[in-house]
Ligand binder design. Structure first.
Ligand SMILES: Cc1cc2nc3c(=O)[nH]c(=O)nc-3n(C[C@H](O)[C@H](O)[C@H](O)COP(=O)(O)OP(=O)(O)OC[C@H]3O[C@@H](n4cnc5c(N)ncnc54)[C@H](O)[C@@H]3O)c2cc1C
Length: 467
């Protein structure tokens, strides 16, 4: 459709400030945080910023009738090109629709519109002594709609799980413009096994099945106490072995993070005053939370277990000491980006997930792949659930290096599948990992495509993503 006509049609639904069609504005929507969109820039035809279900419904219905692709978008912090309109058409930016509709304290629930920022939601819930536990590193930027669409999680997933565990119901505008409520039209029930579970189907569907316009979340009471244990290992295999023993002792920490020697080196190079032990093969950080006596008991036992293999162990509950033990982990992503003065970290192959028993094997293999391609790779991540973050550092402006990086991350993705894991533990598939869908899902991919075709027969909703 002619872009001027498209703009006129959108202005029949929205106010002028809710419609963006200038090249400069559209450029902003040509990328997210993925490496792919750094290499390839594709502009949408138009961007709209609705703030009511009826507006979304009218936009989608118009797109459906005119066969125009629609791409939902939150804050654009995704790492997979998921919110980028590779087929052109309309980008529906939901980030300005950021209303917290209701905090239902007596049922420990909250209802939000999709554009609410994760950190803002938790700041608000803290007033009621509640929190929404999934905790992505992008908390200050990402939207709850984007988190639901990507089934996001973070370093506390080991205890608290992913977004899907907290979504009780959704309002969704389907690709034909119809609006449905999942989880029961009036239901606030925590336990609900009535009907096919469309809420679970929508969570993690990356915008290919519809636009999420309202979200009911379950919240949890905020833990009263916290403690951090740090353990240093001279052998890589001792780290996962220690994690397993902690679990076997009946302890479920709220976070278990690993820095391998590449990350230790990167952190020390970036901030020498942190002074992590350079000769270590791995450092583990355990976070435990709950009430003060249980935190103390768990911490003491983690220390006892870790001492069997670690060269150094420290436990802290003092807020300042906890912050300094955690500092190495909190600067790792930034430190990774600085390992080469002329390079930068690319988000590609950054999020594989493998069984705990194969984490050490994965880290060693990634190290060898980095050497094979001559690319520094910094490894760290959520060892508690086998979610390894890899940070290749290249000069992305150099086409030969970019090509080598693409080959490297392809091998990392295949490695994850080979090690009985997944190409993505939390960041999603989008456009960048779609090529592995058949290898990962086999015949089940056909069923996924049947569902997609039934819900979106014209294929207008976020085409080219996920399946
Ligand atoms: C520094 C950094 C750290 C990160 N750390 C983590 C982490 O620890 N854990 C983690 O899981 N992720 C992490 N991410 C990835 C990303 O932040 C999350 O996936 C986040 O949930 C995306 O939210 P968003 O609002 O930016 O969504 P976007 O990037 O805008 O969109 C993501 C996907 O959701 C779809 N979508 C967005 N809104 C809707 C909607 N309302 N209805 C339907 N579909 C929609 C889009 O089409 C797209 O496919 C990180 C990213 C960065 C840049």
């Amino acid at each position: 459709m002619d872009k001027r006509v498209l703009k006129q049609e959108m202005l029949k639904i929205l106010q002028p400030e809710q419609v963006l069609a200038d090249d400069l504005d559209l450029m902003y929507y040509s990328y997210d945080s993925s490496f792919l969109t750094k290499l390839e820039r594709v502009y949408p035809d138009i961007v709209v910023l609705p703030r009511a279900t009826e507006q979304v419904q009218r936009i989608v219905r118009f797109a459906y009738e005119n066969n125009i692709p629609v791409t939902p978008r939150g804050a654009g912090t995704g790492e997979t090109g998921g919110a980028v309109a590779f087929n052109g058409g309309i980008v529906i930016d939901l980030s300005t629709w950021d209303e917290i509709v209701e905090v239902d304290v007596s049922n420990m629930q909250v209802v939000v519109r999709p554009g609410v920022i994760h950190a803002d939601l938790n700041n608000h819930l803290a007033k009621f002594n509640l929190f929404f536990p999934p905790d992505p590193g992008s908390s200050l930027m990402c939207t709850i709609g984007g988190m639901v669409a990507n089934n996001a999680s973070g370093l506390r997933a080991v205890k608290y799980g992913c977004t899907e565990q907290y979504v009780l119901g959704l309002e969704v505008v389907l690709p034909n413009g119809e609006v449905i409520t999942t989880g029961g039209i009036r239901s606030k029930a925590i336990k609900n096994v009535s009907g096919l579970n469309l809420t679970k189907l929508m969570v993690g569907s990356e915008g290919v099945l519809g636009i999420i316009t309202k979200i009911r979340l379950r919240c949890w009471p905020k833990p009263k106490a916290r403690g951090i244990a740090m353990a240093v290992f001279s052998k890589l295999d001792d780290a996962p072995a220690t994690v397993l023993e902690v679990y076997q002792a009946g302890i479920l920490p709220s976070g278990i993070e690993i820095l391998d020697k590449s990350a230790i080196k990167a952190v020390n190079q970036f901030k020498p005053e942190i002074g992590l032990p350079e000769d270590a093969e791995a450092i583990l950080l355990f976070e435990v939370d709950g009430n003060a006596p249980s935190v103390e008991w768990e911490g003491t036992n983690i220390v006892e277990i870790a001492k069997r293999r670690a060269t150094k162990v420290e436990w802290a509950t003092d807020p300042q000491r906890m912050a300094s033990l955690w500092e190495g982990r909190s600067v790792t992503a930034t430190a990774a980006a600085r390992v080469r003065p002329d390079g930068s970290r690319v988000f590609a192959g950054e999020d594989i997930s493998v069984p705990l028993s194969r984490v050490a094997e994965a880290l060693r293999a990634i190290r060898s792949l980095g050497e094979k391609y001559g690319i520094p790779v910094v490894n760290y991540g959520h060892i508690g659930d086998g979610n390894v973050h890899t940070a290749p550092v290249i000069d992305p402006e150099n086409p030969a290096e970019a090509e080598k990086a693409n080959q490297l991350v392809h091998e990392i993705h295949l490695l994850a599948i080979e090690l009985e894991g997944s190409t993505t533990g939390e960041h999603g598939v989008g456009a960048v990992r779609r090529q592995y869908a058949e290898l990962e899902h086999g015949e089940a991919l056909k069923v996924m495509r049947l569902i997609k075709n039934a819900v979106d027969p014209k294929g207008i909703m976020n085409p080219g993503k996920l399946i």
